[in-house]
Write a protein that binds this ligand. Structure first.
Ligand code: IZC
Ligand code: ZN
Length: 418
């Protein structure tokens, strides 16, 4: 006897996840079962087939999904989830044409959120995190990454990581943590960024021992950290047993992508200004390109990351919100799917792979999240959409009908924090 049986699903996106991320041409393949059925038992996917094949199966609850589609729960692989305050006060500066990096150079931007995060208690950060996680889950995301990086000192960075760990335990969302202590140079280290990076490296053994982060990341950008500083920092992090990620070529084309591919980073993120050589290397290395078109949109730029060239070179692309209070204040990964269609010219099949299987591999969860296979956790979304082409097309709204996390309807499970 199944717990739940979904029948008459117009399209079931039965994305496979056990063979690594999808690269190049393979990104356009999307296994679709029409008039499909899916059974859930003990939180796991127990049956996948057609409605015809499901005849005779018994379940405590049978849901007719006519006119709707089902996909894996979405995976958001790059967020700055835990932060104090917000940055709406910078909107007027943005409107006057003051750039993101100029606001940062004036002590605002990331540094303004650092101050707010230091001033916010651990409990308040936790409550704020729950609020954003509820919203992400309601938008169809069932697994996401969360970076630190608004402390820039040992105490506050650890505070953020502890909050993320508690959020992972308390909330239905599965959270994967990344240490982004190297997110900006604090004022007191302005003349000695190397000393600052050393101080952040000093925190890593404790983070490892406490299991507070899986990944280490750095913001490689003009006025923040150079490619050489980033390389040394990430190599030291690797030596300490961390997988590494990088914010590369987001605003200025510095060559962070080539460096990331060269050192075997699990992902290189942003890539708006990636070079031809960087694109070629993404096509031949294991490094996954995490593209964040919401940020380009929000920064008001005309030129977006070259998703088509990366895919044509054989690369693996994942998509993410970059949810953060400065350059991308949104939890809405569905809107990012719209931007991927409109601005990155990605095909619907590529977009679905980029927010599921590839996004899961981008955070080391390819064997658990982002796919629909029997035996896996039932992390699923039922969408009010007639076909999978529909989501990238109909923009700016929430198409979610129902989200299941580990087989339980989101909202039905009593949250551990209630
Ligand atoms: O708070 O501005 N790009 N880091 C690098 C960010 C954006 C987050 C922020
Ligand atoms: Zn980021």
């Amino acid at each position: 006897m199944l717990d739940t049986l979904l029948i008459s699903i117009d399209q079931l996106l039965a994305i496979h996840g056990s063979h690594g991320p999808k690269r190049g041409k393979d990104m356009s393949t999307l296994p679709v079962i029409k008039n499909a059925a899916l059974g859930i038992k003990d939180g796991k996917i127990a049956f996948i087939g057609t409605t015809e094949e499901a005849k005779g199966l018994e379940a405590k609850e049978i849901i007719d999904c006519k006119g709707k589609i089902v996909s894996p729960g979405l995976v958001d692989p790059h967020t700055h989830l835990v932060f104090g305050g917000s940055r709406e006060h910078e909107m007027a500066l943005k409107q006057q044409g003051v750039s993101y990096l100029e606001i940062l150079a004036r002590g605002g931007g990331i540094l303004s959120t650092v101050k707010a995060t230091k001033d916010t208690s651990e409990e308040e950060l936790f409550q704020k995190g729950l609020f954003h996680l509820d919203r992400s889950l309601s938008l169809g995301v069932t697994t996401m990454e969360a970076k630190s990086g608004y402390g820039l000192d040992r105490e506050t960075e650890l505070k953020q990581l502890r909050v993320a760990k508690r959020l992972n335990e308390a909330h239905d969302m599965d959270l994967v943590s990344t240490f982004l202590g190297a997110h900006a140079v604090p004022a007191e280290y302005k003349e000695k960024p190397e000393g600052f990076l050393e101080s952040m490296l000093d925190v890593l053994p404790y983070i490892k021992e406490q299991g507070l982060a899986d990944f280490v990341d750095i913001f490689c950008e003009t006025g923040v950290f150079t490619v050489e500083q980033s390389r040394r920092f990430l190599e030291r992090a690797k030596d300490l047993g961390f997988n590494v990620k990088i914010h590369a070529d987001e605003i200025d084309p510095l060559g962070g992508t080539e460096m990331a591919c060269g050192i075997g980073a699990i992902t290189a993120d942003h890539l708006v200004g990636v070079s031809e050589e960087g694109i070629r290397m993404l096509g031949t290395s294991e490094t996954i390109a995490v593209l964040l078109p919401g940020t380009t949109f929000y920064l008001g730029k005309d030129s977006y990351a070259p998703a088509r060239s990366i895919i044509e070179a054989g690369g693996a692309v994942a998509l993410s919100t970059d949810f953060n209070p400065g350059s991308s204040p949104t939890e809405n990964l569905q809107f990012i799917m719209n931007l991927a269609a409109l601005r990155l010219k990605m095909k619907p099949e590529e977009i679905w792979n980029a927010v599921t299987v590839n996004a899961a591999y981008a955070i080391g969860r390819g064997c658990e999240a982002g796919a629909i296979e029997t035996g896996r956790w039932a992390d699923l979304v039922l969408w009010d959409a007639p076909n999978y082409h529909y989501l990238p097309y109909h923009y700016g709204v929430n198409h979610v009908n129902t989200v299941w996390k580990k087989g339980k309807k989101a909202g039905e499970r009593k949250p551990a924090y209630a």
